[in-house]
Design a protein around this ligand. Sequence first.
Ligand code: G3P
Ligand code: CA
Length: 268
Amino acid sequence: SAMKATLPTYDHFLIFAHRGASGYAPENTMASFKLANELGADYIEIDLQMTKDGHLVALHDDSVDRTTNGKGKVFLYTLEELKQLDAGSWFNEKFPKRAKVEYEGLTIPTLREIFEEFGHDVNYYIEMKNPEQYKQMEKTLVLLLEEFGFLEENESDGKVIISSFSERSLRIMYALEPSLPLVKLQTSYEVKKSTKRTFNKISKYAVAVGPSYKFVNENYVKNAIETGLQVHPYTVDDPSAIDHLEEWGVTGIFTNYIDIYERNVHFL
Ligand code: G3P
Ligand code: CA
């Protein structure tokens, strides 16, 4: 269909598990995604990078330095080489109180492995990171979504949401597969200068904005919603910020600490 996607009207405030349950487990690992699912997150958020040989992998940074025992840009690694790296031990060293033996030696998961693990049982919030660095990241993602049957049923159920800071990349996605719900992420700077006009432009291809939450105010949310966009702020780890956001009409939040909110009793 050539229609722009829609998202459901959800019956509760949503929790997007930022890099999985990354407050408690090494971000963007299978352990983190599994925990997010167990804790009842509405969506698991996954950052995507691409290997030298064209595999989509879950990693936030475009280099492996911070979250593995390796060094260098992801695009310089084949998947086989990337799989040699330990993506869990850094977490144990950095957060000794939350360290677990089973985090040692975790590997960087591919998006394929994540789809194989969870199938259609969870909702995915996928971010294309640094798409300008990679050859055909969008096309590769669409093909994988198609292979796992996420395109047919994705018309309006929001099982898979695709996001990016890159407008260019989102427009490529929109051209490839208009039925996928797209979200334009916004830096603090973009949030501050967003007007109705900004939202109008975004609404041509996206169904929501994902703003850095610190500069989100009532007027921002009002303008976005009046333009037909949902608002999904990141990354809210301060429970006292939630009430305002919900009051203003925000759909849900990205958080590293899925269970610290009282409201999460509803999801458990
Ligand atoms: O995708 C929303 C949020 O995750 C964007 O910021 O840097 O945590 O990927 P970042
Ligand atoms: Ca992200």
